[in-house]
Design a protein around this ligand. Sequence first.
Ligand SMILES: [Mg+2]
Length: 282
Amino acid sequence: MNRETELEVKYSNPELEGEDFEGKDVVLRYGFGPIPEEHRNKKIFFFDIDNCLYCRSTRIHDMMQEKIHEYFKTNLSLTDEDAHNLHMKYYKTYGLALEGLVRNHQVDALAYNAQVDDALDLKSVLKPDVNMRNELIRIKKEQGFDFFWLITNAYKNHALRVISFLGLGDLFDGLTFCDYSTSPITCKPMDVFFMNCLSVARIDASDSQIMKKQYYVDDSEINVKAASRLGFGHVIHYVESEQDYEVLKSTPDFTQYYSIDNNDDSKIRIIRNMLDLHTVLE
Ligand SMILES: [Mg+2]
């Protein structure tokens, strides 16, 4: 087996058995990395997944919150109110509710993942998105990207499920996920998580000229700001809701990170629709 075959990750979604559409089978050429050494410092587009490759209006985030709530209630034997308060406390303290569960209750993170993310009924809300697929194919060709790389705070199972349901499974070269089996858990927007992702994608993060060639899109304000500080040359913030857009524009450090007229490529660019991605890439 050669090096590339060893890295490759394939996933056939059992919930899509019998269905036939492009991109339903996931093939990640370089898996979870690292990309072979000979492909060092290529031009890569890094993509967030949740609420980015699909719309927030699918309400998957709400479905997830309900599952987490149920987990707290059932596994820690709490009332609704206590479950809610502890969930919020851990989320605010650690950035991930799971981190609080692992630290304070010795919860098995992978068992938690099975009961929360992997139990989400994604099939009922995520459909093959031909428009998104065409947008990604267009960008890769027109802008000459070497690789597309996924970077998510979810565990790998969730990431693979999502892109298969969306019919985007064959468009990415690799994935960096939040490894719930490690302790402490690292995730976005921690520098160490981004640096690990850049390392497995073979990008020399200390070389500012190389970093200027890299692209990143995410729907999270703290994540795009972190990427911008780390020197990604092209950072795009997908802001779906009008309310979030208005709040964002009134944040005190808005002009430090974003340009007023959204045309300064040295700053974070905002898009309101992922299908407009090609308009901010020049
Ligand atoms: Mg997201």
